[in-house]
Design a protein around this ligand. Structure first.
Ligand SMILES: C[S@@+](CC[C@H](N)C(=O)[O-])C[C@H]1O[C@@H](n2cnc3c(N)ncnc32)[C@H](O)[C@@H]1O
Length: 273
């Protein structure tokens, strides 16, 4: 079926990697995330996902990290039905449809204007969802977000594309604009950044990666004194590993014995402020 998408830059195009990862997971016999909307969007635009060469390991990592981000977000929103939620670098993800947020929550999807325009045609709208077309490194887009309400900020696949200074400045602006809340994003150690720049599955985004990575999950606490680590979620230690295909399950179970080794893979970092 034909949908005319706006022309996307290579950075905006990175959204296909994560979207297709979740769509392929949905088609697997035992999906980790079961994101039917991702599958539907990929089918609607008839995107040629095969050229991304997403292997099983990458597909599982993309889907499981999204699931962990969803879990933190929906737990926060269940405790704070008056909250605002922000999804930074949302791409064509429909997180709000997955997490069943209370209708009293105001949810903000933020990405470059062309991506927000593409969402308009592809993602069914929801009454409490708002879209902001902006570069998250700009200062003024936060003016559209209400202050005075608890906030949960989620970023899936964004941080790798920010420089260290851009990330520090973004986190500081969020923490000074929002009174209190939680922040959760997938992060990378220095090794994981090196691996993302050299792996076949992430070849399509390798040249766009600006983030140097950090090894100590407490490092952001030194960027802003209000940020406190709640949990470093190492995917190798999550219960869903039991659902992985045998060879991957064996690998991840071995990896789980070592924090240093587990940190070489996908990490989800959860902070409060
Ligand atoms: C790998 S994709 C992830 C998309 C989505 N979160 C997902 O999980 O499918 C990265 C997204 O971040 C967006 N992005 C990167 N840098 C950005 C910036 N400075 N401001 C706004 N969006 C940005 C890209 O346009 C893209 O949609």
């Amino acid at each position: 079926m034909g949908v005319t998408l706006p022309a996307l830059t290579p950075l905006e195009d990175s959204l296909w990697l994560t979207l297709c990862g979740r769509a392929l997971d949905n088609r697997a016999p035992h999906p980790i995330l079961a994101d039917a909307t991702a599958d539907e969007v990929v089918r609607t635009v008839d995107y040629d996902y095969e050229r991304l060469r997403i292997g099983t390991n990458l597909m599982i990592n993309i889907s499981l990290r999204a699931k962990k981000l969803d879990e933190v977000t929906s737990r926060f929103l269940a405790r704070h039905p008056d909250a605002v939620g922000l999804d930074l670098g949302v791409g064509l993800d429909a997180r709000l449809r997955r997490i069943a947020a209370p209708p009293t929550v105001d949810w903000y999807d933020i990405d470059f204007p062309a991506v927000i325009a593409a969402r308009h045609d592809l993602i069914p709208s929801q009454p409490n969802a708002h879209a902001i077309g902006a570069d998250v490194t700009d200062a003024d887009w936060l003016d559209a977000i209400p202050t005075g309400r608890p906030a949960v900020v989620v970023a899936d696949g964004l941080m790798g594309f920010l420089s260290h200074d851009e990330m520090v400045s973004l986190l500081n602006r969020l923490v000074s604009h929002l009174p209190r809340g939680e922040m959760v994003f997938n992060s990378y150690t220095r090794f994981a950044i090196w691996a993302a720049k050299h792996s076949r599955g992430t070849k399509s985004v390798a040249d766009l990666i600006k983030f140097p990575g950090f090894d100590n999950p407490r490092e952001p606490e030194s960027w802003n004194p209000k940020l406190q680590l709640v949990k470093e979620i190492l995917l190798s230690r999550e219960p869903e590993v039991a659902q992985f295909p045998t060879a991957l399950r064996t690998y991840y179970r071995l990896q789980a014995h070592s924090t240093a080794w587990s940190r070489k893979g996908t990490i989800v970092l959860h902070y409060r402020f």
